[in-house]
Design a protein around this ligand. Sequence first.
Ligand code: PLP
Length: 370
Amino acid sequence: MSQVPFLDLGATYRELQGEIDAAVGRVLSSGWYILGPEVEAFERAFAVDCGVKHCIGVANGLDALELVLAAVGIGPGDEVLVPSNTYIATWLAVTHVGATPVPVEPDEATFNLDPRKIEAALTPRTRAILPVHLYGLPADMEPIRAIARARGLFVLDDAAQAHGGLYRRRRVGGLADATAWSFYPGKNLGAYGDAGAITTDDDDLADRLRALRNYGSRVKYHNEVAGWNSRLDPVQAAVLGVKLRHLDAWNLRRKRIAALYDAGLAGLPWLTLPRWEDETASSALHLYVVQTRRRDELQRHLTDCGVQTLIHYPIAPHRQPAYADLAMPEGSWPIAERMAREVLSLPMGPHLSEENAQRVIAAVRSFDGH
Ligand SMILES: *Cc1c(COP(=O)(O)O)cnc(C)c1O
């Protein structure tokens, strides 16, 4: 029996092979391998796509987050509000600049940071709110920005899962003071290796970020600040330039799969389906995440049926050994902990066939989930 893979990454290359090979060949024969015209061309294209003035290409998503935090001056003694239920990179970036991540629990209907829970998490040390558009659905940015404005806080968002997502008809990437992106291969806009970027409308911040990603230097061998080496690779920039032109079409295919799942999985009382579109937000559908109390059994059943699934994420950041020093025992953030026990990501991607989506549906429906 053939398998239904979670995501067929090679399919993106097979579909665009001619364009990708030409772009990569162009960079290799140019003799220019660090920053330069290919990186600038992608930065311009992605800024236009996001509807902002600036894009700064960096080495990966974690660096994008770290550089943004450093560029606005967040460091030791500062606190940053982060979702309790994100990928650990969001927290690690805060930790790496010497600040403290302060978890805020999500709204259970959207999985995103709940603006109603922000006030209780604020202290005199709070400097920024860092929402994540988890699984591709934009967080509710308007109330978050209103609180930030009233308190003089930065809003920095982690858009690693939300390429092409919409909030109040605006593209993710222009919804905060600055937005951190990952182009990890499995993301909606993915490179063939590590890559990341920051988008912003703030001229000064963009200028600082360009220096920070390049040894803190604006002029070669003049180092104004202790910067990083975190530059977007021109080969990856050329690949991303090709794939960006297909992002919207590929996201539409994701929506068709999600609509099939919604219809095919409706009415199972033991299974909660994700919200991926509402009055304010339209998801990039990076992941289609269902919830059930018998998640582990359902996952085993699907494996037996030849359907590959993943868990995003099986352990909440505060329960990771990496954060043992925060001393947040089981029960500290119950929504994040419940999600870690109950979420399951079904196969999702632009190259998942409708036939395979129907096989996933049939396999889920053949499980006795009561
Ligand atoms: C993928 C991801 C990151 C990190 O991206 P890398 O490019 O792997 O460093 C950060 N935050 C979230 C929510 C992610 O999904």
